[in-house]
Design a protein around this ligand. Sequence first.
Ligand code: FPP
Length: 266
Amino acid sequence: MNKLQLAEPGTADEMLVRKLDLNALPGHIAIIMDGNGRWARSHGQTRVEGHRAGVASVRDTIEASAQLGLEVLTLYAFSVENWKRPRYEVWTLMNLLKEFLLKELEGLVKNDIRLKILGRWRELDPSVVSLIERAESETADCGGLQLNIAINYSGRAEIVDACRQIVADWAQGKGTDIDEETLGRYLYTAGQPDPDLLIRTSGEMRVSNFLLWQISYTEIFVTETLWPDFRRGQLFEAILEYQSRVRRFGGLSEDAERDLQDNQSG
Ligand code: FPP
C-alpha cells in the first residue's frame, strides 16, 4: 500500500499517515457513528440533515479503510432501538441507506469491497431487502475490504438469533456441542475476526448494544468529534492511539511478568 494514496501531500492528514505503522494496523475496525443530531443543531439544521451530512463521513471512512488495506470495517447505521425515533427520522435514515446501496454499489465492486448487512434486515421494507440482496450478491466475490453495515441491529438479538439457529439445527440432527467457537460460527459476523478497535464518535462512553459478543477484548477509542465531522484524519488518529496500546487479552503486563520472574529467581 502506498502512503501517498492516503492523504494529500502537505496536509495534516499526511503528517498522521507518516506516523502510522502500516505493518501493525488493526484488522477489524468497528464504528459507532454518533452525534449527527448534535452536529445538525450546532449548524442550525434539522436532525435529518445531520444524518445526510453523515453519509460523506461514511464514504471517506470506507475509502480510507480500503486504501489502508484493512480486513474488515463495521459501521453501526441503525439499531433495533432506533425505531423509537420520530417516523420522519426513521424514514429518512431508511432512504439514506437505500440511496447508499443504489449509488455506491458500482464503486464497491470497482474497489473490490464485499458488503454484508448485519442485523434483522429481512424484517425491513421489501424495497430495502431487495437492494440489500442485490448489493450483497453483486459484491460476494470481492476480495478486498469486508464492509459490514449494521442495520436493524442489536447485539443481544444477534446472540438470540444464533441460539435459535443452533436449536433449529439440533432439531434437524445437525447438533454440535456449544462452545465459544461454535457460537461464533452462528453470529452475523461468522468467519470474520473480532474487532481490534471500536471507535465511538461524539464523546459518549457507551457500547449501545453493538457487537456485544465480538468486542470482549477490543480496544475502545472515543472521540469528541461528531460523526458528520469525522474524516480519514480522525480514523488515522484512532489507529495511532490503538498502536500505542499494549493488548494483554487478560494476561499479565510486561512489568508484572518481570516482577514475577524477579520474585521467583530471588
Ligand atoms: C447517531 O446519531 C446516528 C445514527 C442513529 C444514524 C447513522 C446514520 C448515518 C451516518 C447515515 C446513513 C448511513 C449509511 C451507512 C449510508 P444521533 O442521531 O443519535 O446523534 P445525537 O446523539 O447527536 O442526537
